[in-house]
Design a protein around this ligand. Structure first.
Ligand code: BYC
Length: 330
């Protein structure tokens, strides 16, 4: 079922002479910046690529609640608890907008969840790293949500209407998330030497995993070229990673923290930072299911799904009863 629903494996950008008249007209609409809407004609590969990307994105929002949810009961003040609770609830909402956007492409939410729970569909690598202490919650908000925004702002202009509209709403909320993370880091860095050391340690552990969120380097990205031709993706993985580094390094300097990269250096000619690539073997290992928390995260999702079975059954029975009643009345 997996390959029938979503696009897997390597993509090759289709040449114009390989395209049907319908597909050529579709490409013209894409090039003119028109949005594609659910019931309109689209190439099968476009539909499958969107289901893969939007589905993975939805799963990331939902799985992304786990590392932070872990700290709701241990937030240091009532105010921090309320803020974190609101943020984690926002992530659930983002998941719902995105599952709805994916459903407009002919896949059901249950099918997507089944693909996640069976390990056939991915979610962001970043959520397979543990949040060990409160400083990690600061680092997640600052770096992880910061990287998420960098990736998602251009996606507001993606060619598929429902995805684009979901991204507009999500981006508004993400900027609050990033600021709450940076605010935690500011407080910790202005605190005791031990608190500042915790903030530095969190940056050390989350820096490279945050860089990995943008996906493999352009030479290893299998979907970018075709996704960019369809304007599903607006930028390459490396372009966004560079923008993230350029934006984040001054923020680290303001905090008085050191980015854990001895090769990090401002390049006057390029007007950008030179920086070290993450360890790509670690990235591929994590997305293959072997990161520090993969089993725990997926286990938590599967348990939540199984625990909710009685509720889904109840809803279905209730809906059926209502339908029977309405039919009798008609
Ligand atoms: N993790 O050809 P490529 C958030 C996979 S933030 C796992 O470059 P593409 C949140 C990729 O799927 C995170 N897998 O792929 C924040 C492909 O494998 P498949 C969610 C990754 O799609 C805070 C293979 O590697 N954001 O939600 O052109 C709190 C080759 O990659 C990753 C989004 O999902 C990764 N980091 O580009 C709570 C944004 N990177 O599918 C929640 C939307 C790559 O062939 N997605 N892979 O088996 C995108 O923009 C793109 O899908 C990516 C990857 C840039 C992520």
């Amino acid at each position: 079922m997996y390959a029938q629903v979503i696009n897997t494996g390597s993509d090759r950008v289709r040449r114009i002479d390989e395209m049907s008249a319908e597909e050529q007209a579709f490409m013209e609409r894409i090039e003119n910046g028109e949005k594609i809407e659910p019931k309109e004609w689209m190439p099968e590969g476009y539909r499958k690529t969107l289901i893969r990307q939007i589905g993975q994105h939805a799963h990331s929002e939902v799985v992304g609640q786990l590392p932070e949810g872990n700290w709701i009961t241990r937030a240091p003040t009532l105010e921090r608890k309320a803020i974190l609770l609101a943020k984690v609830q926002d992530e659930a909402g983002h998941g719902l907008y995105l599952y709805c956007a994916a459903e407009t492409l002919g896949v059901s939410r249950d099918e997507l969840i089944e693909l996640l729970n069976s390990g056939k569909m991915k979610y962001s690598s970043i959520f397979n790293y543990p949040t060990l202490n409160w400083a990690d919650i600061g680092a997640v908000g600052w770096l992880v949500d910061g990287a998420a925004i960098m990736n998602q702002v251009p996606l507001q202009r993606t060619s598929y209407g429902p995805y684009s509209r979901a991204m507009i709403r999500i981006c508004k909320e993400e900027s609050f998330h990033q600021r709450q993370g940076y605010d935690i880091m500011m407080k910790m860095c202005a605190g005791s030497p031990e608190q500042k050391a915790m903030a530095q340690d969190a940056l050390n552990r989350f820096w490279y995993p945050a860089l990995m969120m943008f996906g493999p380097s352009d030479k290893d990205s299998v979907h970018s070229a075709q996704s960019m031709a369809w304007k599903i993706k607006i930028n390459t993985n490396d372009e966004l990673r560079q923008k993230f580094v350029d934006q984040t390094v001054p923020q680290a300097e303001y905090l008085g923290l050191t980015v854990p990269d001895e090769h990090l250096k401002w390049n006057e000619e390029r007007g950008a930072y030179d920086f070290s690539e993450p360890d790509w073997s670690e990235f591929f290992d994590v997305i293959a299911g072997n990161g520090p928390c993969n089993k725990e995260r997926l286990g938590a999702r599967v348990k939540a799904w199984d625990d909710g079975a009685w509720f889904r059954e109840g809803l279905a029975v209730n809906a059926q009863k209502k339908q029977t009643k309405q039919r009798k009345q008609a």
